[in-house]
Design a protein around this ligand. Structure first.
Ligand code: SAM
Ligand code: SF4
Length: 326
């Protein structure tokens, strides 16, 4: 699948649910969202059918995300179905890790190779405050331990940098990569309908992150681990792991975009932001061929996103990233 700007699209991020067991301040409103109706959500069989249809036309990598993917019952069953599709070379997971200790084994045995885990602070009280769920820190740390025991590789730790809430921990996070073979990735806060104030006032650019890290040690550019997507990677001398920055706001990386997204209710989105989406669910349920719809969605994939600090305009009316899988 090559789009009109010459980008090779071989990666699908699949949101399996819009629900979540946390309420991260930058992502989801405290009261939750208008959840999707049960019948509008794709079944595991429908999701696997879409992957099976996209594989022969070029799909190679799949990531399960959400909301929180592990709140969807028996996710391992879907992983097992997708793992049986011969063209699919890589299956990964983005999770808050709260339920990873319980489900990690089954997910790995079903075919998950690697995990991205969101962790916004190394301090229990801060994680509980940012995620607005008391007790989440201990469960996340237990999930990370289990991820290490299960040998998921690489383990990527995603940190959304929030001025005044966790930006004083940038150095501590990065220094962990000296001993741990992890990839710690700092993500710039993106504006959505539910965080306009926070994302405008508490924004910290990744250029600032990098200059603070360079003040404590040399930092060399490196090629990132598998699935390096939009991140740019660096390494401290002799470190076991890497540091990554994801800069949707300060440096647009859309020229390297290799992905499309499937929402929990079966909308194929060529871009995380904007309002273009194609309803694969209804077409599939009506027994229509979805290949022409996939090809048309690829054809109209925008050249880049148009996010604007402090405004909902560029996000295409998106209230929260949990609605499209982040
Ligand atoms: N629940 C899972 C998790 O937290 O990893 C998967 C879904 S979450 C929407 C995917 C990623 O999007 C997470 O790394 C999260 O930190 C990030 N994210 C959510 N809202 C964001 C925002 N407004 N700006 C930047 N990153 C955001
Ligand atoms: Fe849930 Fe992930 Fe959004 Fe946090 S970032 S509220 S864990 S979907």
């Amino acid at each position: 699948m090559i789009d009109q700007f010459g980008r090779k699209i071989e990666y699908l991020r699949i949101s399996v649910t819009d629900k979540c067991n946390l309420r991260c301040v930058y992502c989801m409103p405290m009261e939750g969202l208008d959840w999707l109706k049960r019948q509008s959500i794709l079944s595991f069989e429908e999701i696997a059918d879409i992957v099976r249809t996209m594989a022969p036309i070029g799909l190679r990598k799949v990531r399960f995300t959400g909301g929180e993917p592990l709140v969807r019952k028996d996710l391992w069953r879907l992983v097992e179905m997708v793992a049986q599709i011969p063209e699919i070379e890589d299956i990964s997971l983005s999770t808050n890790a709260v339920l990873l200790a319980e489900q990690g084994h089954k997910l790995r045995d079903a075919g998950i190779n690697r995990v991205n885990i969101s962790l916004d602070s190394l301090k229990a009280d801060r994680v509980d405050a940012i995620s607005r769920r008391p007790g989440s820190f201990d469960r996340i740390m237990h999930g990370i331990e289990v991820a290490q025991e299960l040998d998921f590789h690489p383990i990527k730790i995603n940190v959304v940098v929030i001025g005044g809430q966790n930006d004083d921990e940038i150095e501590d996070f990065a220094l962990m990569t000296k001993d741990k073979p992890w990839s710690v990735r700092f993500i710039e806060l993106m504006p959505t309908g539910s965080n306009l104030d926070l994302s405008a006032k508490n924004f910290v650019s990744c250029q600032e992150v990098l200059s603070r890290l360079r003040a404590i040690s040399e930092l060399h550019p490196v090629t990132g681990p598998i699935g390096n997507g939009p991140a740019t990677y660096f390494k401290f001398p002799d470190a076991k792991g890497t540091v990554g920055v994801i800069t949707p706001m300060s440096h647009n990386f859309c020229d390297k975009c290799n992905r499309m997204r499937l929402t929990a209710d079966g909308q194929l989105r060529p871009c995380l932001f904007g309002d273009i989406q194609t309803n694969l669910r209804d077409a599939m349920r009506e027994g229509r061929d979805i290949v022409p719809l996939i090809e048309e969605t690829l054809r109209i994939k925008p050249e880049k996103h148009h996010l604007i600090q402090g405004s909902m305009e560029g996000s295409g009316g998106l209230v929260a990233l949990s609605q499209t899988g982040g």
